[in-house]
Design a protein around this ligand. Structure first.
Ligand code: NAD
Length: 426
């Protein structure tokens, strides 16, 4: 179990550079090799179904006009409507959106929910924009991509720098074109048809799966030291859930840098400090630490919950975690995977680790289609049921075939999507 050699040693191709697209391509081909997929099926499964690139002109508060660039990419929809978040970030590229869309196809297949994969992104820096500017940007972006969206076509959700308010603007704008359609987007506020439990679902799901994994490895989660990169939607909810489990958060970082304490960081006090000061930095009882050093702290569990490619061949040798739980999408490059394996570091792969979010998005979608709402206990219990099943499938496959959890997860996913393609007669 946990043999990572498959992720690194079984392909004759040279290991790719740090590009999110190469991460999905590399892991896909490892799975395709195991499944003996032919060249046609490989082409079918790696070529995005549809890519839309739009210009998004927005009148800024100072009266000037700025044209933003946006993408919505549907990677595959053979198992159901395309599903995936929308990211606002200055570093958004078409390759990044393609890779994230493809990762969604595998993720929805691993948890076996009836969706395909998609992703969207707008090249912008939300930290420098007012709420009014963000609303205008979101509405204009939505009006440009709404032709390919819809409850049975493609359903966006939050990702980096987008949240329930942004989803509300998408819902409202889409509905102004198509009539009241709450199922056109997930991650909405509960008052507008959002699901109870959705906001915390990704972070809670990560910690739930870490608990399963620690049990599997015979290691206690209570008292385990945790380092967390990213304190946004996913990271902050994961921090709360780790605290509930009695784990000890020793390092937390975000865009502005990290904080560190051997004694452990009290999560609730940290939230109060952040609410009062706007930052996690300067939290009493902690020392500042750079984002680079944060990732290299000795710890039981390292949780990247921010950007992709943060664990790469330049730092993997210095990572000192027992387990890496990939809350972020595509945080580990193939070269780093090989190094981690050599060092005996286990990896809970992103396509499984952070799938709690899309699972509860699926519940939100079904609730919207039926206009019938679930209690939070039911949402959480159903999410855990779906995640446990996916986790067991991945662990059993990894054990049986003596492959890494990542290769096992990709193999299960690619097998399901390839089978659906065949059944539909593509
Ligand atoms: P977010 O915008 O709410 O938070 C992002 C966090 O990352 C912030 O704390 C930010 O300060 C930090 N960050 C940004 N740049 C950084 C840098 N250079 N160094 C260190 N920290 C940095 O985003 P989110 O929704 O929490 O998403 C985080 C990750 O989780 C992304 O990879 C996203 O694709 C993935 N994800 C999100 C969801 C979801 O439901 N939101 C679901 C699955 C996966």
């Amino acid at each position: 179990m946990g043999n990572h050699s498959e992720t690194a040693g079984d392909s004759a191709a040279p290991l790719p550079a740090d590009n999110p697209r190469n991460i999905t391509a590399y892991n896909f081909h490892l799975a395709a090799d195991r499944l003996g997929l032919d060249a046609e099926m490989r082409t079918l499964l790696t070529t995005p179904f549809r890519e839309l690139r739009v210009e998004v002109p927005v009148r800024l508060d100072d009266g000037s006009l700025k044209v933003f660039l946006g993408y919505r990419i549907q990677h595959n929809g053979v198992r159901g409507p395309a599903k995936g978040g929308i990211r606002y970030h200055p570093m958004v590229t078409v390759d990044e959106v393609r890779a994230l869309a493809e990762a969604m196809t595998w993720k929805t297949a691993i948890v076996n929910i009836p969706f395909g994969g998609a992703k969207g992104g707008v090249v912008c820096d939300p930290r420098t924009m007012s709420q009014r500017e963000l609303e205008r940007l979101t509405r204009r972006f939505t009006s440009r991509i709404q032709v390919i969206l819809g409850p049975y076509r493609d359903i966006p959700a939050p990702d980096m720098n987008t949240n329930a308010q942004v989803m509300t603007w998408i819902f409202d704008e889409y509905s102004s074109h198509h009539g009241y359609t709450p199922a056109c987007v997930t991650g909405k506020p509960v008052e507008l048809g959002g699901s109870l439990g959705r906001e915390a679902a990704t972070g809670n799901g990560v910690v739930f799966l870490v608990r399963e994994m620690m049990q599997e490895l015979g290691r206690p989660l209570q008292g385990a030291s945790v380092v967390l990169q990213g304190f946004g939607n996913v990271g902050s909810h994961a921090a709360r859930a780790f605290s509930r489990e009695g784990a000890k958060l020793i390092g937390i970082g975000d865009y502005y840098g990290g904080i560190f304490s051997h004694k452990g960081i009290n999560t609730e006090d940290l939230f109060k400090h952040r609410d009062a000061t706007g930052r996690i930095q300067g939290f009493p009882g902690t020392e500042p630490i750079s984002n680079e050093d944060l990732l290299e702290l000795p710890c039981d569990i390292l949780v990247p919950a921010a950007l992709e490619c943060v664990i790469h061949k330049g730092n993997a040798e210095r990572i000192q975690a027992g387990l890496i739980a990939e809350a972020a999408n595509l945080p580990t490059t193939p070269e780093a995977d090989e190094i981690l394996h050599r060092k005996g570091i286990m990896v809970l792969p992103d396509v499984l680790a952070n799938a709690g979010g899309v699972t509860v998005s699926y519940f939100e979608w079904t609730q919207n289609l039926q206009q019938h709402f679930w209690e939070e206990d039911k949402v959480n219990a159903e999410m855990e049921r779906v995640l446990v099943k996916a986790f067991r499938n991945v662990v059993d496959r990894a054990r049986l075939e003596k492959i890494s959890f990542r290769t096992a997860a990709y193999t299960i996913a690619v097998e399901r999507v390839a089978r659906a393609e065949k059944l539909r007669g593509t």
